[in-house]
Design a protein around this ligand. Structure first.
Ligand code: SF4
Ligand code: SF4
Length: 471
């Protein structure tokens, strides 16, 4: 131990969060370790360990604290390349992330939300597509040795092609039975065209989570999520009432993420919408509802017109803050809004980066990210009527994407908990959104750390600076 003391330096992933009354937390984003510090030496220790990595003479550090600092990765060998260590972890995660098969049952939708980025068409998957989907799944399961498959039913409005769900779900479940692989599913829906036997549908298709979208209370929701011409079951049908009736039933049998799509035009609906959820008892049901705050955004090249109505990162953070006060319990909030989920370094990647996951478009082409479905040049594999699939132009980019080699992310101290945020934004060169990701972590990380030590920190109390982030 003595021989090594001169060989240590501070980690580039150290952060300090003041808790008030002289106490601070030392947190390391690379290991996820945190230590509460109190006493007169705190300022000195923080100065020594946070900021640009520097060699540390450890003689004056008490032995017990020194051992904790080394165990927690706050002090590392001078020869350790910390970015390379995160890179290694990232590539392992791409291979290990559980397998997700996203099936775009149809590109069609019965609603015409004004911000919708989807290219609506009648393209839909059918029985003839199932053998190729089964072949791909069987091959990936065999090659990866994975023991679970998760299917995400996606659209358009996926329930408009319920015939396909019925066939493909049963076929995929049989395949999993045959291979002794566990099966689960989820669905993203507007909640307007579900079968009468909701619980039978959920059970039969082993759906463990449903996301139902709302655009506010009835007036805003019905105006923004109106039925397309000739698509309402009856004239005057309210898409809000349809979705509400569905959520009432779903919460008896399955986890529901109630997604509130917010922008500058409907953000004032947050309070009444949460109050509505409370009145209906949605937070107290057998499966308590999770309130998911989402920001309507220019998700794809086709929705650039949204930039005017989109809430800025600051406005959206204020909305998050309001949601935290309104929703009864932190457990009823989504992952990015809640402070109660401790910021551990990441060990999995989004489905778009996972080696064994794929999105099948309603056009039969294969994509990495669901938000790209229907975008002309974005498939990573094109289907052809006769012959094998053709690789798409972006395929090599997805295969090679590595946040630890991106110019900003590689020098960012949030890297182990962020891993570059959304890779699609990197592909599109969307630097504004990537900057917002930085702003998110500067505010959210101290709150999440403080929460674990029983301190409820508001955004205005403390945020990390640009210097904390880039060293
Ligand atoms: S916060 Fe920004 S710079 Fe840092 S890793 Fe995430 S995307 Fe990259
Ligand atoms: S994080 Fe980005 S690339 Fe990954 S699935 Fe989500 S939207 Fe797609």
């Amino acid at each position: 131990m003595t021989a090594r003391r001169s060989g240590l330096r501070s980690s580039r992933y150290n952060f300090c969060v003041p808790l008030g009354e002289g106490d601070s937390v030392l947190y390391n984003a690379g290991s996820g370790a945190s230590i509460r510090l109190a006493g007169t030496d705190v300022a000195e220790i923080v100065k020594l360990l946070c900021g640009p990595p520097r060699n540390v003479a450890t003689r004056t550090i008490p032995a017990a604290l020194l051992a904790s600092l080394r165990r927690g990765g706050f002090l590392v060998e001078q020869t350790l390349d910390e970015v390379a260590a995160i890179r290694e972890r990232y590539w392992v995660a791409r291979g290990r992330t559980p397998m997700v098969l996203t099936l775009t049952t149809t590109q069609d939708c019965n609603l015409g939300c004004y911000y919708c980025y989807e290219e609506r068409s009648r393209a839909a998957l059918g029985a003839a597509d199932i053998p190729a989907i089964l072949d791909w799944t069987r091959e990936r399961l065999a090659a990866s040795g994975k023991d679970s498959l998760h299917v995400d039913w996606y659209g358009g409005e996926p329930l408009l092609n319920i015939a396909f769900i019925e066939l493909a779900s049963i076929a995929l479940q049989s395949l999993c039975n045959e291979l002794n692989v566990s099966y689960s599913a989820s669905v993203i829906s507007n909640g307007t065209c579900w079968p009468d036997d909701v619980s039978g549908f959920i059970r039969r298709h082993r759906i463990r989570q449903a996301q139902i979208s709302f655009d506010g209370l009835k007036a805003n929701h019905d105006k923004r999520r109106r039925y397309r011409r000739g698509r309402a079951p009856e004239p005057g049908t309210s898409s809000f009432e349809q979705a509400v009736a569905l959520v009432d039933r779903l919460l008896e049998v399955v986890h529901v993420d109630l997604r509130f799509n917010s922008d500058r035009g409907n953000s004032d609906d947050l309070e009444p919408l949460v109050a509505f959820c409370r009145e209906r008892g949605w937070f107290d049901r057998p499966f308590p509802c999770v309130f998911q705050l989402a920001r309507i955004s220019d998700y794809s090249a086709r929705s650039g017109f949204m930039s005017q109505a989109k809430l800025s990162e600051d406005e959206f953070e204020r909305l998050r803050e309001r949601a935290r006060h309104l929703v009864p319990n932190e457990n009823n909030l989504d992952e990015t809004t809640t402070r109660s989920i401790y910021p551990l370094p990441r060990t999995s990647v989004c489905a778009a980066l996972a080696d064994d996951s794929i999105v099948v478009g309603a056009d039969g082409h294969r994509y990495r990210c669901g938000l790209q479905v229907g975008e002309k040049n974005r498939p990573v594999a094109f289907t052809r009527k006769d012959g094998p699939m053709l690789p798409g132009p972006d395929a090599p980019w997805w295969d090679a994407f590595d946040p630890t080699r991106q110019p900003n992310c590689s020098r960012c101290s949030f890297l182990p908990v962020c891993w570059g945020g959304c890779p699609k934004k990197h592909l599109e060169g969307d630097t504004a959104s990537l900057h917002e990701q930085s702003l998110y972590w500067r505010k959210a990380l101290p709150q999440k750390i403080a929460w674990q030590f029983g301190v409820v920190m508001e955004e205005s109390t403390f945020t990390f600076s640009e210097c904390d982030q880039f060293r």
